[in-house]
Design a protein around this ligand. Structure first.
Ligand SMILES: Cc1ncc(COP(=O)(O)O)c(C=O)c1O
Length: 468
């Protein structure tokens, strides 16, 4: 094997073969078949600016999947970079064990206020007033699950040890999050080591004006299941508005409200996993606020720092928080923590991100751009014989590629055609997209502009020619 040490940050073009060799043989990429990757042309990114990434061979790529769905302002937005640099000159890290630090205090306060703003039309002001930091989306979910279990235990509901989750849901790759997830291909090899959750259907509604026929049946099943498990369930966990990893499957309108109602009725907590849907990806900061449904616990990640630094956040209601109060000897305090929870650099980015969301009216922008993107896709590829019904909520978009028989729900293993389109878009237009099974997903930066939308739509439209 080649010597894998790199001595200089100023990489010259002639270094590419050696770097590519290391990239293919030493660096182990996530969710990637490395044997297949070894035959691809490595794209080694050197810098980013706006929606574009530039590789060490001086090529420019349009990042249409928002660096795994987290990009809010594109890459290296000068205001976020400045906030991080200013913070770095003062304090790069200090933990939240024993002491506190300024950026974490400021962010916690600002976040709670911003959540309040999202729920301003609700009958009661929200009680999501307690912010627990971790360092990625999976841990935000893991924290929520432990919080729910410890809460139920401490209010005397010791038989409430189970979770109700939804088919095709995805909540992350740690063991609790994996247990709550239900995309079989991701979890089947670990299944014997996972704990059992009760799964329910997630009724999909593609057209915002057309409720699916099956929603009543799903609703009845859901209520019956929750009633049957009424002394066993600790919490329901759901991706509100749209399931991401299962191929952008929008949730039936008002369904979240039904779930919340049953949670109240049967003493079960509602956890919304908004790691993907939150932070304006689907419009509001808190995705569930679109239907004025207030969860007991909400999980955030990805876009919270503008997508520039890793951070996970779990926000809990007063009711949950109060159950953790007691004497030290009662051991009621939350038994969880990470070294880098609430890292100051990530907090500084998140503080500026929150300010920018309001200063630049991001929520309104997402609404307008989402409409524009949807219309552009419909006009360019809506009637293509291989394109199924385009699924979209905000700037989370899925384009199902139909199989030869016209079916559009072929599942995760049927990725060949969507993969071909994405490969053509990359090869011919330098647009980075990622297929999920037979669905092409588009998750662009939220400040995307018309010219970038056009670039992505053209790349997909021409990429479809690869299907023959
Ligand atoms: C809904 C949802 N929850 C949790 C996660 C896990 O986040 P992370 O990759 O930061 O661990 C993801 C990641 O895609 C997600 O989409």
């Amino acid at each position: 094997m080649a010597d894998s040490r790199i001595s200089s940050r100023n990489v010259a073009l002639r270094d590419f073969p050696r770097l590519a060799e290391i990239d293919r043989t030493v660096l182990w990429h996530p969710y990637t078949q490395m044997r297949e990757y070894a035959h691809l042309d490595s794209i080694i990114i050197e810098r980013g600016e706006g929606p574009y990434l530039y590789d060490i061979r001086r090529r420019r790529f349009l990042d249409a999947f928002g660096s795994m769905w987290c990009s809010v302002w594109g890459h290296n937005h000068p205001e976020l970079v400045k906030a991080i640099q200013t913070q770095a000159s003062q304090l790069c890290h200090s933990s939240l064990f024993s002491v506190s630090h300024l950026p974490a205090v400021e962010l916690a306060g600002n976040l709670v206020e911003a959540i309040r703003e999202d729920f301003r039309f609700a009958d009661d002001p929200p009680s999501l007033n307690h912010v627990f930091f971790s360092d990625n989306g999976s841990t935000a979910v893991e924290v929520a699950m432990k919080m729910a279990l410890q809460y139920q235990n401490q209010i005397g509901q010791i038989s409430r040890t189970q979770f109700l989750t939804f088919y095709d849901g995805y909540h992350g790759d740690t063991f609790g999050a994996m247990s709550a997830s239900a995309i079989q291909v991701f979890r089947q090899k670990f299944a014997p080591s996972l704990f059992q959750c009760t799964n329910q259907s997630y009724p999909m509604q593609v057209d915002p004006d057309e409720k699916p026929d099956n929603w009543r049946m799903n609703d009845r099943n859901l209520e019956a299941t929750m009633a049957g498990l009424s002394d066993k369930l600790a919490a329901v966990i759901i991706e509100p508005v749209i399931q991401g990893a299962s191929g952008m499957r929008p949730l039936c309108e008002d369904y979240l409200g039904r779930i919340k109602r049953y949670c109240r009725e049967y003493g079960v907590l509602l956890i919304t996993d908004e790691v993907f849907t939150g932070f304006c990806r689907t419009g509001p900061l808190i995705a569930s606020s679109a239907e004025l449904v207030e969860p007991d616990i909400v999980c955030l990640g990805k876009g919270i720092t503008g997508g520039e630094l890793p951070m996970g956040v779990t926000v809990a209601s007063d009711r949950v928080y109060e159950a953790f109060s007691g004497e030290w000897s009662e051991m009621k305090h939350f038994l969880h923590g990470h070294t880098f929870s609430g890292n100051p650099l990530a907090c500084a980015a998140a503080i500026r991100n929150l300010q920018m969301i309001s200063e630049y009216k991001l929520k309104e922008n997402v609404k307008a751009r989402a409409r524009e993107f949807g219309q552009a896709l419909k006009a360019a590829i809506g009637s293509h014989p291989r394109v199924g019904r385009i699924r979209q909520r905000g700037l989370a978009i899925g384009i199902p590629i139909k199989d030869a028989k016209g079916a559009e729900d072929a599942g995760y293993m049927a990725r060949a055609d969507a993969n071909k389109v994405c490969a053509a878009a990359l090869q011919n237009h330098r647009v980075i997209l990622r297929p999920l099974g037979n669905v092409i997903t588009i998750v662009p930066p939220l400040n995307i502009e018309t010219q970038h939308i056009e670039e992505i739509v053209r790349a997909i439209s021409e990429g479809l020619k690869a299907l023959g």
